[in-house]
Design a binder for this molecule. Structure first.
Ligand SMILES: NC(=O)c1ccc[n+]([C@@H]2O[C@H](COP(=O)([O-])OP(=O)(O)OC[C@H]3O[C@@H](n4cnc5c(N)ncnc54)[C@H](O)[C@@H]3O)[C@@H](O)[C@H]2O)c1
Length: 365
């Protein structure tokens, strides 16, 4: 089977997950890694057996690379994606597509002008349990969807991330960092969003990290608590909380409510291994087994894009999907600052569900 050659741009915290995930798929071949910190790229390459560590310029110029995977920090996403596209490479970027809608639009326009693909994380909506929920909703297992809740609440990434400052700068915050998982999950289940209304707050003006060694004060530039509602074209209203300000809670991560029942959706970030659970007309929750054969990991969206390039079909974790998700999230900021409901200008079709029974290695979707 043909494989497309992948170059990783960014050798930070998430890069090992991609190195492992790429290994799950025959359609992907990891060729090289680069970082503006070249020593970091060399260290990751040595530890995880990546064939080459090169400079950023070498990666972009290499005729050996078909797809650049952009794992830089969010603020650098758009500029680096555009550089890669202008160098003739397809790009697949970590989320968000960009921190600003106008830059994201430029990424999509550059790709279109060069006849290249843009893919974007998150691809967790392609994991087996999420695809199972999609099938259940499409089959009418909960009747017609009328509402949903989506909640990500915690006390921020400084408890686990080695360089947490960027999460509190403009372009960071819980909405742009975690919102892509939840919004994309909802888009996959319920389709495009018509309008949003939201509030946003900076609850604590300064955070601290690295205690006691390497203590650093982190000024908070961007809202850390969001509450809002998404009004979907297909009818449902989803209420969403995205927060770095909550120590403890009992909120469900994501649930969808329909005219005939309810469905509990596993963690949109892919960490919580809980089963899909459905209740019919107020009855007990019943577990529904996944209809997919294996455990998927980050990289499935990239594999799907590679196979789509080779076979000439649309890919699922697309730039258009990520753009609509960003448009929804920018709507949250605008609604909060302007004190009014915001109509979301872009739209997107739901990506096709994955074929039932699909397992890692073979992407023949
Ligand atoms: N860490 C996670 O668990 C996680 C999970 C999912 C998604 N992500 C996403 O992955 C991306 C990277 O996150 P991370 O946690 O790995 O961050 P990180 O800070 O650990 O690593 C980012 C790397 O990118 C490099 N870099 C920054 N700008 C660059 C540029 N212009 N050119 C070349 N290299 C550049 C930095 O030197 C650094 O090594 C972010 O978009 C984040 O949202 C991270």
């Amino acid at each position: 089977m043909a494989a497309l050659r992948v170059g990783l741009l960014g050798a930070g915290n998430i890069s090992p997950a991609y190195i492992t995930g790429i290994g799950d798929w025959d359609v992907l071949e990891l060729a090289a890694i680069a970082d503006m910190d070249e020593a970091k790229a060399r260290a990751v390459a040595a530890e995880h057996h990546v064939p080459a560590a090169v400079s950023v310029d070498e990666l972009l110029a290499s005729p050996e690379i078909d797809i650049i995977v952009n794992l830089t920090v969010p603020k650098a996403h758009a500029a680096m994606s555009i550089r890669a596209l202008e160098a003739g490479k397809h790009i697949y970027t970590e989320k968000p597509l960009s921190v600003r809608r106008m830059d994201a639009k430029q990424v999509l326009e550059t790709a279109a002008a060069h006849g290249l693909r843009v893919g974007s994380a998150p691809d967790t909506f392609l994991f087996g349990q999420h695809q199972t929920v999609r099938r259940l909703i499409d089959e009418g297992a909960i009747g017609h969807p009328i509402a949903a809740v989506a909640n990500m609440a915690g006390h921020g990434p400084e408890s686990w991330h080695p360089n947490p400052a960027f999460f509190y700068q403009n372009g960071g915050g819980p909405l742009l960092d975690m919102g892509p998982y939840y919004v994309t999950c909802l888009l996959n289940l319920l389709g495009p969003v018509h309008s949003v209304q939201a509030y946003a707050r900076i609850s604590v003006p300064e955070r601290s990290a690295g205690e006691p060694a390497g203590f650093q004060r982190i000024p908070v530039e961007t809202p850390t608590h969001f509450g809002g509602t998404l009004d979907f074209h297909s009818g449902p209203l989803a209420t969403m909380v995205m927060s770095f300000d909550v120590w403890k809670h009992n909120l469900p991560l994501l649930e969808v409510y329909g005219t005939e029942g309810s469905v509990q959706v596993p963690d949109p970030n892919g960490h919580d291994p809980k089963e899909v659970r459905v209740s019919h007309r107020g009855g007990e929750w019943e577990e529904v087994p996944s209809r997919y054969a294996g455990e998927f990991r980050r990289g499935i969206g990239l594999a799907d894009m590679a196979e789509a390039i080779l076979s000439g079909r649309p890919h699922r974790a697309s730039g258009a999907l990520a753009y609509h998700a960003l448009d929804v999230m920018e709507g949250f900021f605008e609604s909060s600052s302007q004190g009014k409901r915001i109509t979301v200008k872009s739209s997107v079709e739901r990506p096709a569900p994955l074929p039932i029974g699909l397992a890692p290695r073979q992407m023949d979707a």
